[in-house]
Ligand binder design. Sequence first.
Ligand code: 3UK
Length: 540
Amino acid sequence: MSRTAHIDTFARDNLPPRELLPEFRFDVPEVRYPERMNCAAELLDRMAAKAGDRIVIRTSDGQCTYSQLMAQANRIAHVLVEEMGLVPGNRVLLRGPNNPMMAACWFAVVKAGGIVVASMPLLRAKELTEIVTKAEVSHALCDRRLDADLKAALPACPTLNTVRYWYDDAADSLDALCAKRPAGFSNVDTAGADVALIAFTSGTTGQPKGTMHFHRDVVAMCDLFPRSCLRTRADDIFCGTPPLAFTFGLGGMLAFPMRYGASTVLVERLTPEALLETIQKFRATVCFTAPTFYRQMAGLAKSYDLGSLERCVSAGEALPDATRQLFKSATGIEIIDGIGSTEMIHIFISHTPERARRGATGYAIPGYEATVLDEKGRRCAPGVVGRLAVRGATGCRYLADERQKDYVISAGEMRGWNVTGDAYSMDADGYFFYQSRTDDMIISAGYNIAGPEVEGALLAHPAVAECGVVGVPDQERGQIVKAFVVLKAGHARDAAMAKALQDHVKNSIAPFKYPRAIEFLDALPRTETGKLQRFKLRLP
Ligand code: 3UK
């Protein structure tokens, strides 16, 4: 292993044992990097030197250039090292909505050789305590407006003893401290294989899992999907919803545009209407969000001028074909679907707009290989449903976690492949078709039924705004298919509607898959990242 710049070696000491590591493949030349690399230098300083006056961040209150963002990150890095006692390798909690200080803090931590542990804005004291404890976080930088949950967590977090707040007028606020610091900073000379980021999974159940990513992984994610599928350009203006604490958002809302000298619009809270307004106002060219947003935006699009918008990326959960078609007829844009995961850091199966295939997530993008495995761990024939496995330039490294062996195959012919927990089939052309999460497959009277397929059928009905389909226990059949449906305004939630929806499903897919139970809801339970919380629908 290369010489580490970390003095605090906690992350390296807690990497999975060698035999449980995934196999990394650097088949595409873009991801063969030098041994020394600091991803902040790569993404920020390099562009600041080359095109410092270009705008990097736009907000409703103004904008900043690459040089200004670098200066701010450098000032914060001085505060971290000189006032807060940060030592390379220490973990730093970042907590804030998507705003310029959150971005500057991200780069500051990495410049100073620290490891970013970002927390989703909606995490409460209990979850904060869990991630701080697991990652032995020593420092925190937090938006003042999100201080309550952090303060509530602190008594239970003995490792976390140095906290500063930003967007705050106190004399010892981060804003005040960094104003007194110089705009130049010499970055810690990290190894490409030093940990830069511990991203916690938005897992729905059980203890959160921390995934460790190296400096080189952060750069690699920028050199793969955004180059081959998104074809990012320097004049692009990015916008969207995913939080910077979610690797989907770290890429789409910050790192991807920066790798190409483009700019990003940061907005703290977005509804579908507000996202459409943002696209219109900033003349955005690229949008990143989850399928449910595209579906809602399709219904509203005609009231906005979306003439600037060219490319839209959907991830986080499966994009139903009904949503792809609705959005295309509303805007003319073929959405780019992509499956990624916190473990893999970003998207590994996707497609260009021209190569979209109905119902498919796409093909393994350059830099990755993917396949589908049967129960015995052998490759399935085309068309057969099994477990998705992937390997490439990035891969899963859980922080001190028994579950490493569940994500990475440790023996046999497929040793080193990452298993994402998704059921997929692959066609003869190498396109991958999502079925469900492996453990979400509904087994009813001996049939395997994928909830998302039933959802896709329901979504094609004109009265359906949103829906979620799960298996619920049943005496006779083991499980039955149950649909939770949000209707569009003006439709009655009655037995006749339930019957109409059931008939609609029976007429569009194999009849045994139809939902025997239907419940109408005002809204579906979702995570901050736009994922349907199926476990909540299954609760009695
Ligand atoms: C599901 C999808 C079907 C799938 C993520 C892009 O979602 C991200 O990371 P998470 O760790 O969840 C991973 C799981 O989410 N999923 C994501 N995208 C799709 N299923 N089609 C899709 N397009 O179950 C996967 O295993 O929260 C997505 C980039 C970075 C990310 N972290």
